[in-house]
Ligand binder design. Structure first.
Ligand code: ADP
Length: 173
C-alpha cells in the first residue's frame, strides 16, 4: 500500500515522478493549478495537449478521466491531466471526483511512476467544499489498488492542509 503524505506548498515544485493537474476538458490551460503548471512547465506541455486534442480527445477530455504528457521544465517526469467535476448542490457528482483520483493512479501505474503528487482537485475554481473534497480524495486513494509507492497531497494553503489532515486522521470535526 502506498505511503500517503501531506505537504503545504506549490505542486509545480514537487520532485516526484508525476504531478497531477486539475485541468479543464479543453486541455488548453486555465487558472489555478493548471495555469501554474503550464507557466512553469513551459510550452512542451501545451504542445502535447494539443496533439492529444487532435488525436484522442477531439471533444475534450471527459470529466473524471486522466491522461499524461511530459512535465516539460517541471522537476517531475510527467504531468497527469485530469478533469474534476464542477461542484453542484443539485446533483451528487462525488463519483466523478473519485474517478479523477482513481484514473490518475491508473495512468501513473501505466507510466511506471512510483511517486505522485495530487492537488485538491475541484476545490478551487470548481467550487467543491474542502471538507468533502479532502474526504473523497483520501478515501479514494486508500481504496484504489496501485503500484505507486508514494502519494503526496500538495495543499496550497493552511485551510486546505488542515482539511486533508483531518481526512487522513479519520476525524470528522
Ligand atoms: P479546480 O478548477 O479543479 O477547482 P483549481 O486549480 O482552481 O482547480 O484549484 C484546485 C486546488 O488547488 C485549490 O485548493 C487551490 O487552492 C489549489 N492550488 C492553486 N494553485 C496551486 C499550486 N500551484 N499548487 C498546489 N495547489 C494549488
Amino acid at each position: 500500500m502506498a505511503e500517503i503524505s501531506l505537504v503545504l506548498g506549490d505542486i509545480t515544485e514537487q520532485r516526484v515522478d508525476a504531478v497531477v493537474n486539475a485541468a479543464n476538458s479543453s486541455l488548453m490551460g486555465g487558472g489555478g493549478v493548471d495555469g501554474a503548471i503550464h507557466r512553469k512547465g513551459g510550452p512542451e506541455i501545451l504542445a502535447e495537449c494539443r496533439e492529444l486534442r487532435a488525436s484522442r480527445y477531439a471533444g475534450g477530455l471527459p470529466t473524471g478521466q486522466a491522461v499524461a504528457t511530459t512535465a516539460g521544465r517541471l522537476p517531475a517526469r510527467w504531468v497527469i491531466h485530469t478533469v474534476g467535476p464542477v461542484y453542484a448542490r443539485s446533483e451528487d457528482r462525488s463519483h466523478l471526483l473519485a474517478s479523477c483520483y482513481r484514473e490518475s493512479l491508473r495512468v501513473a501505474d501505466e507510466l511506471g511512476a512510483k511517486s505522485v503528487a495530487f492537488p485538491a482537485i475541484s476545490t478551487g475554481i470548481y467550487g467543491w467544499p474542502l471538507d468533502d473534497g479532502a474526504r473523497i480524495a483520501v478515501e479514494t486513494v486508500r481504496e484504489t489498488p496501485a503500484e505507486v509507492a508514494e502519494i503526496r497531497f500538495v495543499l496550497f494553503d493552511t485551510t486546505a492542509y488542515a482539511h486533508f489532515g483531518r481526512a487522513l486522521s479519520g476525524s470528522t470535526s
